[in-house]
Ligand binder design. Structure first.
Ligand SMILES: Nc1nc2c(ncn2[C@@H]2O[C@H](COP(=O)(O)OP(=O)(O)OP(=O)(O)O)[C@@H](O)[C@H]2O)c(=O)[nH]1
Ligand SMILES: [Mg+2]
Length: 257
């Protein structure tokens, strides 16, 4: 977004400030379909339009520095270099909203992005630093594991977690630890999705195999193939993110323009 933030957005962005009354949970959500569920293509198009409104809110080195927002939040987590920042840019159809790089460890802070039509945010996307990057000093690794564990366990507004996994590596030990950390919350209703990234690097049969292995490892959680390069799985992921953050609307139908 090139335009300056609106007052409502500026208020939402200020660290330590309570969100302005204008930033309410779902006022700008696309209206539910009038009758029955809209076709998937229409829902996905509306969800992508909604995601395109994403804009930078704030960046913090740890949880206590994040503003106390009340909006439903979706966190993108996973190994360093898995493609979290790229996925956020692809889903929001913005080239440089999140910082992506081939150098692992590019994202060092928790970065929050507001999303909402009509200049009023109704959800937040969180881009988290990756883990498992060998070149990070041990002390920094431990610090980061504490920050992320703390975030995933205590962030009250967390509505969903997207775990990005490079299927050529599969779920690593650190991914398994993350699954253990969030399992109690998933059992209580937290939404959870595994995206197998860089699917463009896999053949069709490799993709199918990676999907079934990851499904077993994720213990029945939702797993999808995703490629930012080929835009594979983008519509499905966008539609899911919209549903997670607009559960009350999604029950009636789906996003419409
Ligand atoms: N071929 C291909 N490359 C991708 C895809 N998604 C991301 N990449 C590349 O993977 C590298 C890492 O992407 P990032 O989005 O920065 O990864 P990240 O998970 O945010 O990494 P950290 O910030 O270090 O945690 C970049 O060089 C991207 O261009 C994809 O779908 N296909
Ligand atoms: Mg990143």
């Amino acid at each position: 977004m090139t335009s300056p933030p609106s007052p409502a957005r500026a208020a939402a962005a200020a660290p330590g400030t309570a969100p302005s009354p204008a930033v309410s949970p779902t006022p700008s959500a696309p209206a539910p379909a009038a009758a029955g569920a809209a076709p998937f293509a229409a829902r996905a198009r509306a969800a992508l339009g909604w995601l395109h409104t994403a804009h930078f809110l704030t960046s913090a080195p740890q949880l206590e520095h994040l503003p106390p927002l009340t909006l439903p939040e979706i966190a993108f987590v996973g190994r360093s270099n898995a493609g979290k920042s790229t996925a956020i840019n692809t889903l929001t159809q913005q080239k440089r909203l999140a910082f992506a790089s081939k150098t692992p460890g590019r994202t060092q802070h928790i970065n929050l992005f507001g999303v909402g039509k009509g200049q009023v945010d109704d959800a937040v996307l969180a881009d988290l630093p990756g883990y498992g990057y060998a070149a990070v000093p041990r002390e920094a690794k431990l610090r980061w594991q504490r920050v992320m564990g703390n975030y995933l366990v205590t962030r009250e507004t967390l509505r969903g977690v997207v775990l990005m996994v490079d299927p050529r590596l599969g779920l690593t030990e650190l991914d398994e630890i993350l699954l253990d950390v969030i399992r109690p919350r998933v059992e209580e209703g937290l939404n959870f999705l595994v995206l197998l990234t860089k699917a463009d690097k896999l053949s069709r049969s490799e993709g199918a195999k990676a999907l079934s292995i990851a499904r077993l490892q994720a213990g029945g959680g939702e797993v999808k193939l995703f490629s930012a390069l080929k835009r594979h799985g983008v519509d499905e992921a966008a539609e899911l993110l919209w549903r997670w953050t607009h559960a009350e609307n999604a029950a009636d139908g789906a996003a419409t323009d």
